[in-house]
Design a protein around this ligand. Structure first.
Ligand SMILES: [Zn+2]
Length: 442
């Protein structure tokens, strides 16, 4: 304990908590914030996705995309440790053209909508019911007698690419498990012509997304592709009264358009399978990108804790819940200290554990469910509560700790669980009940 208490560069004032959070962020983001590595990986991932989607559109013009949007933590610059996950929303061109579909004001659940296809030719191409109500276009390949789903078409496209490259795929009808290269070569998977040092080695149909595993510059990473519809009149679906936060609702409305995605809704046939889910991703991304540095750093700090728990037990909070808690706080923040901000966010998370849901800040009527993981949640929350208490002895890193830990992250020289334990160990804050290496920081 004594070692990490004698740091000369720890200031003895309220900024200690600030320093602790900023230092932690600088450690866990030391690799993902390296713009040279990062920019190159991003460019290559995008090029592969773009090319794959072009091939897919050649195979089935319904799936031509008008936009490929980078979303999620990568876009928000809140990624921690490795650049290992990329999320894209792919806008279906045909369904997103003005007037092609219209919202059916019906008995849809909060956050969901039905679409009626107005254009005869379009209705003929897509899976619609007798009233021209559009079905989701993302379903498992075991559904027969209906047009191919987006994912199945992507999978078939990849198979064709493999054939052209004389490469064998080990696959079933939802997954490419491996790419078998017979010739003697350095390649580790399928190649895409625009980026010949990037390999695709696995792919999987998920509901509702499609997952690719790539190797880019030697990094293994996953790409999550989610097809979406851009609906051209947000006012038909959303109004200022839908949210408790008028400024937030205004930001959604000012965008003019709103996105809908397919949603996992159980097996088929199922009437719910015609529901599309509204997504506020664009506004969310924008809010997180423009958060104050304090709020953004708290969010990344929480993600780091979450990740630690995930490696020893399991995720106390889905990272989406952490994000919503931070957004909710940022909408009402009038606090002058970082401890005040963190305390409020911990309170929001505490309520979420108690109620087993967190209210969507976008929609009064929509609750984001979260399964209770009581002990883990309590443990997670109590560490954070301790840090915000007035009497707290806030630990901090020495300069040399920061340098050392940053280099471990950058060079990927330690397994994630060990690294996360080491970071917390340097601070003397390990979860109370953790059975792992109890004596490590004595
Ligand atoms: Zn705040």
């Amino acid at each position: 304990m004594s070692e990490h208490m004698e740091n000369d560069d720890c200031e003895k004032d309220k900024s200690r908590l600030s320093k602790l959070i900023d230092d932690t962020v600088s450690i866990v983001q030391s690799k993902v914030r390296d713009s040279v590595i990062d920019g190159e990986i991003e460019r290559k991932v995008k090029a592969v996705v773009q090319q794959l989607l072009e091939y897919t559109a050649e195979k089935d013009p319904r799936f031509k995309s008008s936009e490929i949007l980078s979303v999620g933590s990568y876009k928000e610059k809140t990624k921690i440790l490795e650049p290992d996950e990329f999320d894209f929303l792919v806008i279906m061109d045909e369904l997103s053209k003005p007037g092609v579909i219209s919202i059916v004001k019906d008995d849809a659940l909060p956050c969901y909508a039905y679409f009626e296809v107005q254009d005869e030719a379009v209705a003929y191409n897509w899976w619609c019911d007798e009233n021209k109500i559009l079905h989701q276009f993302q379903y498992r390949p075991n559904v027969t007698g209906v047009p191919e789903s987006f994912c199945t078409t992507l999978l078939a496209t990849i198979s064709e690419v493999a054939k052209c490259q004389n490469v064998k795929l080990s696959m079933d009808n939802t997954t490419i498990l491996a790419v078998e290269i017979e010739e003697k070569t350095d390649r580790k998977g399928l190649i895409f012509k625009s980026v010949d040092d990037t390999f695709l080695h696995q792919a999987a149909v998920r509901s509702p997304n499609f997952i690719l595993s790539l190797v880019v510059n030697g990094h293994h990473l996953t790409v999550d592709i989610c097809p979406a519809i851009r609906y051209n009149n947000v006012n038909e679906v959303y109004s200022i009264d839908d949210s408790y936060y008028p400024d937030l609702a205004d930001r959604v409305i000012k965008r003019g358009t709103i996105l809908f995605v397919n949603q996992r809704l159980g097996g088929l046939p199922n009437p719910l399978h015609r529901l599309f889910k509204i997504t506020f991703t664009e506004t969310e991304n924008n809010i997180v990108q423009n958060m104050t540095k304090t709020h953004k750093h708290i969010y990344i700090f929480l993600k780091f804790f979450n990740k630690y728990f995930e490696t020893v037990l399991y995720n106390p909070y889905p990272s989406y819940v952490l994000k919503i808690a931070c957004i909710q706080h940022s909408l009402t923040c009038g606090r002058s200290t970082i401890a005040g901000c963190l305390k409020h966010i911990v309170e929001i998370l505490g309520m979420c554990s108690k109620n087993e849901y967190i209210a969507s800040p976008f929609l009064k009527t929509y609750e984001i469910r979260k399964l209770a993981t009581a002990e883990v949640d309590e443990n997670f929350l109590s560490i954070l509560t301790d840090l915000t208490s007035d009497l707290a002895e806030i630990p901090c890193f020495s300069r040399s700790d920061v340098d050392k830990l940053q280099s471990y992250v950058r060079n990927n020289s330690m397994p994630t669980d060990e690294l996360l334990s080491l970071i917390l160990d340097k601070l003397g804050i390990l979860p109370h009940e953790s059975s792992k290496e109890e004596d490590v920081h004595l």
